[in-house]
Design a protein around this ligand. Sequence first.
Ligand code: HEC
Ligand code: HEC
Length: 113
Amino acid sequence: MIAKLTIVFLTATVLFGQKSELKNVKVLPFKKKRELVNYMKIVSKELGVKCSFCHIPNDYSSDKKANKTVAREMILMTQNANSVLNNLNFKQVSCWTCHRGNRIPDRRPQEKS
Ligand code: HEC
Ligand code: HEC
C-alpha cells in the first residue's frame, strides 16, 4: 500500500514538475524544456553567442538581460514574417537569415562606419 502510494506521489511530482518546468516562456511554443533548450542551442549558433549573452547563468527565466528581451521581440518578428511567408508557400526564415552567425547582422558596405 505504502509502495503504491509512493508511486502515485512520484508520478504526480514528475507530471507536475513537467508542467511548471518552464517559468517565463511567452512567445515560443515549446512545453518541454528539452525542446526549448534544443532551440536555444540553434539560436546561439545562429548569432554566434553563448547562452550568457542573453541569460544570467543560474536563472534562465530572468528577463534582466536586455539581449533577452530584444531576442523575444526578434522571435516575434520572425514568427510574424513566417506567417506571411507561409501564406505565400515560401520557405521559413530564422535568425540565421539575417544574423549569419553574427551578434549584429552585416550591413551594406555604404552603411558601414
Ligand atoms: C539571443 C538570446 C538567447 C540566447 C543566446 C539563449 N537564449 Fe534562452 N531564452 C531566450 C529568450 C528570449 C527566452 C524566452 C522565450 C519566450 O519568452 O518565449 C529564453 C528562454 C530560455 C529558457 C526558459 C526559462 C524559463 O523557464 O522561463 C531556458 C531554460 C533557456 N532559455 C536556456 C538557454 C540555454 C541553455 C541557452 C544556450 C544554449 C540559451 N537559452 C541561449 C533568449 C536566448
Ligand atoms: C529580418 C532580419 C532579422 C531577423 C530574422 C532576426 N534579427 Fe535580430 N537583429 C536584426 C537587426 C537589423 C538588429 C539590429 C542590429 C543593429 O544594431 O544594427 C538585430 C539585433 C538583434 C539583437 C541585439 C544584438 C545587440 O548586440 O544589440 C539580438 C539579441 C537579436 N537580434 C536576436 C535575434 C534572434 C534571437 C533572432 C531569431 C529568433 C533574430 N534576431 C532574427 C535583424 C534580424
